[in-house]
Design a protein around this ligand. Structure first.
Ligand SMILES: *Cc1c(COP(=O)(O)O)cnc(C)c1O
Length: 354
């Protein structure tokens, strides 16, 4: 059977998502989900028919939300499909290469491995900002650049001037893809308004995080009409199930957007509360500043903290295997009660040490 499998597929290591790791607990702070399900209710009556290729109504709704024309939007099965669709559309296996900046979201690397695309990895500077000098040097014939802004798992935004710099030095044959999965937590820093200025800019969005809809798998690619039309040639014929579009449409009604915005400000408050309570704990070396619904924390002994949290039913995401993130855990911000629970467990851990 081994002969059946292309070498680059055979050597793949399956992506370990927060779910597939399979840890069980009381409180899940490991996947940057919203702690609240979206308020929309859904009753179906139309599932005997195939869905539209792209729901006209959903395009219109997301166009209103993102302030970009609906022919510049493509609906995808989560932002993850967007990441993959761009590689499938623009890269020739074995030949082309993509660039990204580590530590960052793992899917850029996973997708390039699946499609046998070369990776040019430029590490972030120690302050987690972009190493523009090195990027400039290595940009060569890179087809796609993936930039996660704000970045996962570090939580920071990149300097707008640096992003503009990248856009101004890349050739017209290179696309800059800004993954804005967490931008709803700092929406004023979105690059959407630059889409009509830069012809090789692509933006990824999702309803999985701030909108509390990870379960429906709905994301968006935003770009020029030209690029969106090319991507449409590669996307599957009926990509978005009707219930997904219907729920997404409802979630983008003004009344519901207001609830989402209220949840966002609650998460930001909870984040501030949590940081204030734990920042002087002696097990913590550093809490990195975050513009998102999660925080990256450097501990003195992250493995022990990670296990202690599991023992008390709290699941967070271990990042300590990543370059530059030794002893780091990523913790999603939950409800205020979940934050208090976490604070109590961490302070018990403190007590245990004394
Ligand atoms: C969670 C996440 C995604 C995945 O979004 P889906 O819409 O659920 O596929 C994409 N990019 C980043 C940076 C993420 O953290």
């Amino acid at each position: 059977m081994k002969k059946l499998i292309p070498q680059h597929i055979h050597s793949l290591k399956p992506y370990k998502s927060a779910r597939s790791i399979g840890l069980n607990g009381r409180i899940y702070l490991n996947a940057n989900e919203s702690p609240w399900t979206n308020a929309v209710k859904y009753i179906h009556n139309n599932l005997n028919r195939y869905p539209e290729f792209q729901s006209f109504k959903l395009l219109k709704k997301y166009s209103q939300y993102s302030n970009i024309s609906s022919n510049q939007i493509l609906i995808t099965r989560g932002a993850d499909e967007g990441i993959e669709l761009l590689v499938r559309t623009f890269c020739l296996p074995g030949n082309d290469c993509i660039m990204f900046f580590t530590p960052t979201y793992d899917m850029y690397s996973v997708v390039s491995d699946i499609f046998n695309i070369k990776k040019i990895i430029v590490p972030l500077l120690p302050n987690f900002q972009l190493d523009i000098k090195n990027i400039r040097k290595k940009i060569g014939n890179v087809k796609l650049i993936y930039l996660c802004n704000p970045n996962n798992p570090t939580g920071n935004l990149f300097l707008q001037t640096d992003i503009i710099k990248i856009l101004s030095i890349i050739p017209s044959t290179t696309l800059l893809i800004i993954d804005e999965a967490y931008i709803d937590y700092s929406i004023q820093y979105s690059f959407i308004s630059e889409l009509n200025r830069f012809k090789n800019l692509v933006i990824l969005r999702t309803l999985s995080k701030a909108f509390g809809l990870s379960g429906i798998r709905c994301g968006f690619i935003l770009s020029t009409v030209y690029i969106i039309d090319i991507l449409k040639k590669v996307l599957a014929p009926y990509p978005i199930p009707t219930p997904v579009s219907d729920i997404a449409i409802k979630s983008l009604q003004l009344k519901n957007i207001k609830i989402v915005q209220k949840n966002i400000s609650q998460i930001l408050k909870n984040k501030f509360f949590l940081i204030e309570k734990i920042k002087s704990f002696s097990c913590i070396k550093n809490i990195f500043s975050s513009q998102t619904n999660f925080i990256l924390i450097k501990f003195f002994q992250s493995k022990k903290v990670f296990q202690y949290l599991i023992l008390h039913g709290v699941i967070v995401r271990d990042q300590s295997h990543k370059l530059g993130l030794e002893n780091c855990l990523r913790i999603s911000i939950g409800t205020i009660n979940e934050c208090k629970d976490l604070i109590n467990i961490l302070s018990m851990f403190e007590g245990k040490k004394i």
